[in-house]
Design a protein around this ligand. Structure first.
Ligand SMILES: [Zn+2]
Length: 266
């Protein structure tokens, strides 16, 4: 005879689903799982659950903007003419935090490009979470200490237009995964790999091309900065742009490909 009453099947599923939601939100935003748990503690019906989740997330989000600097992370700007995140989604999801030094590196490089090419806006992608060293920003392997940051390429109207620079635009809606695919594939097929092809996203991309002058200038400005340790660019992209140097490297075949964005670390 069982010692405990069997759990109703619906209740077991609810626990699993809430567990998945907490885990997923934590992986995506670091603090979203806590907001979900807060909503679980106070829930009174589905609408109230959603309202409490949103309120709790907004409160945690606002608190992180003030508390993270105490722990050594600052948010990159979500709006701005010289440097901003590619989309406000990066800010909403708390993925725009870096160390103050990394923030200075980003702003200095963006300003260097804007001085050479007035009107240029440099777009940051994933940086890091507001708290805790060692918690990676999935799917990145290394964005776990605020000292790593991705930049979007600059784009121009090269496909249908006159090749003019397109401020604030990227080929992909999120800045990632619009791969240039220059030259022959450098890596053998290995498993597991983060070298995703993401071909299903291709019909969703804008028909615009790489703006080489500004992209070259950004990589150059980052490479010149003594605070920067490494810059990851796919070798055919580096060759096409004519950038080279000790800091400009290939990330290896197991990591994500870098012919859709630039990775920089201190
Ligand atoms: Zn990166």
């Amino acid at each position: 005879m069982p010692l405990t009453a069997p759990q109703p099947r619906g209740r077991r599923w609810r626990i699993i689903l809430h567990g998945v939601a907490v885990l997923g939100l934590t992986v995506l935003t670091q603090l979203g799982g806590l907001a979900w748990l807060a909503a679980l503690a106070f829930r009174r019906g589905r609408l109230a659950f959603l309202a409490i989740f949103i309120l709790a997330y907004v409160a945690l989000w606002g608190g992180a903007q003030f508390a993270a600097p105490v722990f050594g992370r600052v948010p990159l700007p979500c709006s701005g003419e010289v440097l901003r995140t590619q989309s406000r989604l990066y800010c909403v999801l708390l993925r725009n935090f870096v160390t103050p030094e990394m923030a200075d590196v980003a702003l200095d490089a963006a300003q260097a490009v804007a001085v050479r090419f007035p009107g240029t806006v440099t777009l940051a992608l994933d940086g890091g979470f507001p708290f805790l060293d060692g918690m990676p920003l999935v799917p990145h392997l290394s964005h776990d200490d605020g000292e790593k940051l991705d930049f979007a390429f600059y784009y121009a109207d090269t496909v249908h237009g006159d090749g003019a620079y397109l401020p604030g635009l990227t080929a992909s809606a999120i800045g990632y995964f619009s791969f240039l695919r220059l030259g022959k594939e450098t890596c053998p097929p290995v498993w597991p790999t983060l070298r995703w092809e993401m071909r299903w996203m291709e019909p969703l991309h804008r028909s615009i091309g790489l703006e080489p002058e500004r992209t070259r200038a950004l990589i150059g400005a980052l490479a010149k900065d003594p605070r920067v340790g490494k810059i990851f660019v796919e070798p055919p992209v580096a060759a096409a742009l004519g950038v080279a140097g000790e800091k400009i490297r290939f990330q290896g075949c197991r990591a994500a490909r870098h012919d859709d964005h630039i990775h920089v670390q201190l």
